[in-house]
Structure formats: structure tokens, C-alpha cells
Design a protein around this ligand. Structure first.
Ligand code: 4AD
Ligand code: MG
Length: 464
């Protein structure tokens, strides 16, 4: 038995030596006229493969090695040597090739031929074995690590908020119901639903955001963040919407909108610079094969300050730019994807922080500004993806919050605990939500959000 090392490690010249063992899946096999074979092995630890030189003298050469193909799993033992070939630092000269699992070439879907991303979604259980999905998975992992590190270094405590909730934080009514009632029996009985017989004695839902609960911890521990799954039953079949996605929500006490914007900008810059510094091989792939120029674009984003604009200024730009939009824009309407696209791609050509939206298009918890018409909201928009962060300063004044809740027809009794934060030691505070999949999309250049989460949940699709 040799000493196991990952392919990532074995690809580095510092690892050369006898008695190395690698474990992975065959990508290709090529038989040489000289009576030996080359195997390309990938184990997911990095983008590149390790070349195995399998000599004809191996006892199972004719019976097994020469029958290996894409997808077979193997353990290879041998001497790791410097490679004379271009494009690879090392190669493993096998003294043993053990076949662990065969993959029938007639039925294994991932043959050499390139498959479209649409096709690969049907094989979501196998697509992590492809170059693209391996790279996406490693970059997504890095981004998650960077998020935890960034907040930890900045004094934010990681906390967890409930997944099952009774409150609709965003007030958009896009919630999945959670029930233990027997829906089929209910339907056949024809009677009204009595939630007292349900598990929680009242209607319950999957959360759309952990913000309200995060606020309770921010007004005790100062700085907290959550990182968890969130759910939205919005029936939008777009390249940037999922029914289940991961959201990161920092919340800080004694924070105003300016502080919040600065935090968001520093945070995104840290994420992108870690991608460039720590995922070089994967980022090279995205730069060359997925979105040309991605690396340079991200470098520019890291170096330059983000553009800022108020909603009112944005509406002025959109109404006077002479561009034809499908959805007309006027003060008080929500920005559509096409408007965000114009602002980020044509007007500023980079990330843009939009602030001070009309109160009528934003949720009840945002702080009302002195003009009485706008709220202290901020969204971060980026080219190609649109909104990746939504945040705000929160309404800390009890009476103003109560008035906003009345407008939104929210029952104060349901939010008694949220109002208590304003009754006892209220402070200015602010936070935001970053959609993990949207930031992975932007970092990698992947155009469809279904391709940056392992198992996408979208209308009509909960396979796997
Ligand atoms: O703007 P949103 O709705 O904000 C909130 O939920 C706030 N409570 C956050 C806060 O202040 N703590 O959502 C935040 C982010 C969006 O900017 C977007 O990146 C992402 O969540 N997002 C989605 N991502 C994928 N699919 C969807 N359906 C998404 N909806 C929102
Ligand atoms: Mg939003």
C-alpha cells in the first residue's frame, strides 16, 4: 500500500517520490504503440487531471487496464515523477492499478462528447464529475469559507435563525406552507381549515429571510450574521431565481445606511479577491471558457470604489437615456431586470449601489427618511446578474414602525417580539442579504442560477 495523496497535491513537483497512491475516476484512456497506456485521473481536488503511465507489465493490463474508460473508479500506486510532457508538472508511473468500480461505456452518460448545461441538469447527480461543475463547486466552497472568515474577522457572530416561521419578513406573500395536516383528507371533507389542529396551532411557512430574528440578536450581541437556506414560492422561471437558495444576512447595531453600504462593498471585494487568489486554476477556466475577461473584470471591481446612485437619480437616468424599455419606468415603480441591466452594463459598467427607494415598493421594516417618501434602502446590482444584495437601515422608532405596519396591514400582535426591540433599548441598526447563488454566478460568469447550486429547486422541478 502506498501513501495516499490528492491529485491536487500529486500535480505539484514537490510531491515527487516513490510509493504514491491516488484515488479517483478515469477521465480518458489512451493506449500507446509502445505497449503501455496513459490514464487521465481526476479526484475532484482540483481542476486538472493527473496523468498515469500504466505499463504493459501490470498483471491486469490486458484484462482490466485496457478496458478502462470514462467514469471508472481506480486506485493507482506507483512512483510520482517529473513529467517530460508539456502542460503538466508530474506523472504517476503505476506499479499497480486497482479497478474499484466499472462504468459501462454504453450507458455512462458523461462520455467525451460535450453536453449542454441544459442536458447536464437532467444528470444533476453526475454533473459534478464534469470540469465546469467541479470548478463551480470549488469556487462556491471558497466563497462560503470567505464569508465566514470575513465576518469572523470583523466581529460578527454566526447565528442561526429558524427555517420554519409564522412571519412573512418581506411581505411579498411568496411563502411555502408547512403543515402536518392531511391535505387529501381535508380536501375530501370540504370543510374550512382549522389551524388549531395543525402542528404549530397556527399557519406556518418556510422562511423567506432570517432578518427579523437576526435583528433580535444584533440588538444584544452587536454584530451577527446568518447563513442558511431560504425559500420563495415566486413562480418566476428566470436565470436568476430559485425556489430554494442560500442567503447570508449580516445585521449590526449602531449601524446606519452608510455603514451598511461600506460593509457590503468590503464584503464583496473580499469574496472576489479570495476567488482570484485562492481558486486560480478554476478561475482561469471560467475566464477562458465561460466568460471571456472575467478575471480582469473582477480585478477592476476589487480596485475601484462602487458607483452610488439614489433611486430617484436612477429613474432620471432611465427616463432620459433614450433607450427603449419593455416596461415603462416612472418614479414609484420597481426596477425591472432590463433597467438594472442598463444601469450596470451601459451606464456605470460595474457594480452599482442604489439607495433611497420609495417606501411603497419596499418592506415595512425599512427606516423612513425625513422626506417621508423614501426609505433607507440599498441594493447592490452587478452586470449580468442584477441584484445580488438587498439591504437597509431598519426602522428603530416604535411609532413610525407601527404606522408602517398598519399601512402594510400587518397584525401588531403577531410581531409583538419585533416591536419589543424598539420598546426596550432601541438603537439604529442595519443589515443586508446576499444571495449566495447570485454571487457565485457573478464570480464565475455562469449565466443560469440552476448551474451554481447542486440541486436546483424551481417551479415544476424537485428531482434528486
Ligand atoms: O432583497 P431580498 O428579498 O432581501 C431580504 O430578504 C432582506 N430581508 C435581506 C436583509 O436585509 N437581511 O433578498 C436578498 C437577496 C437578493 O438580493 C438576492 O441576491 C437573493 O437574496 N434572492 C434570490 N436568490 C435566488 N433566487 C431568488 N428567488 C431570490 N430572491 C432573492
Ligand atoms: Mg431585494
Amino acid at each position: 500500500m502506498g501513501k495516499w495523496i490528492s491529485v491536487a497535491k500529486a500535480r505539484d513537483q514537490s510531491a515527487v517520490g516513490p510509493d504514491c497512491e491516488v484515488r479517483g475516476w478515469v477521465r480518458t484512456r489512451r493506449d500507446s504503440k509502445g505497449g503501455f497506456s496513459f490514464l487521465e485521473i481526476n479526484d475532484g481536488s482540483c481542476f486538472g487531471n493527473l496523468q498515469i503511465v500504466a505499463p504493459g507489465e501490470l498483471s491486469n493490463y490486458a484484462d482490466e487496464v485496457q478496458k478502462l474508460g470514462a467514469g471508472c473508479s481506480v486506485v493507482v500506486v506507483g512512483e510520482l515523477q517529473k513529467s517530460p510532457a508539456k502542460g503538466q508538472a508530474t506523472e504517476l508511473h503505476a506499479s499497480e492499478v486497482r479497478v474499484i468500480g466499472w462504468a459501462d461505456p454504453e450507458t455512462y452518460p458523461l462520455q467525451k462528447k460535450r453536453h449542454s448545461f441544459e442536458k447536464l441538469r437532467e444528470w444533476a447527480h453526475l454533473r459534478p464529475r464534469t470540469n465546469t461543475f467541479g470548478a463551480v463547486t470549488r469556487v462556491r466552497n471558497q466563497i462560503s469559507q470567505s464569508i465566514h472568515q470575513f465576518f469572523h474577522e470583523n466581529g460578527f457572530f454566526y447565528t442561526n435563525t429558524p427555517i420554519i416561521t409564522a412571519s412573512d419578513c418581506e411581505g411579498a406573500g411568496e411563502m411555502f406552507r408547512v403543515t402536518a395536516l392531511d391535505l387529501e383528507r381535508l380536501a375530501s371533507s370540504g370543510g374550512p381549515v382549522n389551524y388549531e389542529y395543525d402542528f404549530f396551532d397556527k399557519p406556518a411557512f418556510l422562511t423567506v429571510s432570517g432578518q427579523l430574528e437576526a435583528e433580535t440578536y444584533a440588538t444584544a450581541l452587536g454584530r451577527v450574521y446568518t447563513f442558511g437556506p431560504t425559500f420563495r414560492a415566486e413562480n418566476s422561471n428566470t436565470s436568476r431565481h430559485l425556489a430554494e437558495f442560500w442567503m447570508i444576512e449580516p445585521e449590526a447595531a449602531f449601524f446606519d445606511l452608510r455603514d451598511d453600504m461600506k460593509l457590503a462593498e468590503d464584503f464583496l471585494k473580499r469574496i472576489f479577491s479570495d476567488c482570484l487568489n485562492l481558486c486560480d486554476e478554476d478561475m482561469q477556466f471560467f475566464d477562458q471558457r465561460i466568460e471571456k475577461g472575467k478575471i480582469e473584470q473582477l480585478q477592476g471591481v476589487i480596485e475601484k470604489p462602487f458607483a452610488h446612485m439614489t433611486y430617484t437619480e436612477a429613474v432620471d437616468v432611465l427616463t432620459s437615456c433614450g433607450e427603449k424599455f419593455e416596461y415603462p419606468i416612472a418614479w414609484g415603480t420597481d426596477l425591472q431586470a432590463e433597467h438594472e441591466k442598463f444601469l450596470t452594463e451601459k451606464h456605470v459598467n460595474g457594480p452599482l449601489i442604489l439607495t433611497d427607494y420609495p417606501s411603497t415598493i419596499k418592506p415595512f421594516y425599512m427606516r423612513v427618511s425625513d422626506d417621508g417618501k423614501t426609505v433607507a434602502a440599498m441594493d447592490v446590482l452587478v452586470p449580468g446578474v442584477g441584484e445580488i444584495i438587498g439591504g437597509s437601515q431598519r426602522e428603530e422608532r416604535l411609532d413610525v414602525l407601527q404606522a408602517r405596519m398598519a399601512e402594510a396591514q400587518l397584525d401588531e400582535a403577531e410581531y409583538w417580539w419585533y416591536l419589543d426591540l424598539r420598546r426596550f433599548g432601541t438603537v439604529p441598526h442595519a443589515g443586508f442579504g446576499l444571495g449566495l447563488e447570485r454571487v457565485v454566478q457573478y464570480a464565475t460568469g455562469m449565466t443560469n442560477i440552476r448551474d451554481v447550486i447542486p440541486f436546483p429547486r424551481t417551479p415544476g422541478n424537485a428531482e434528486f
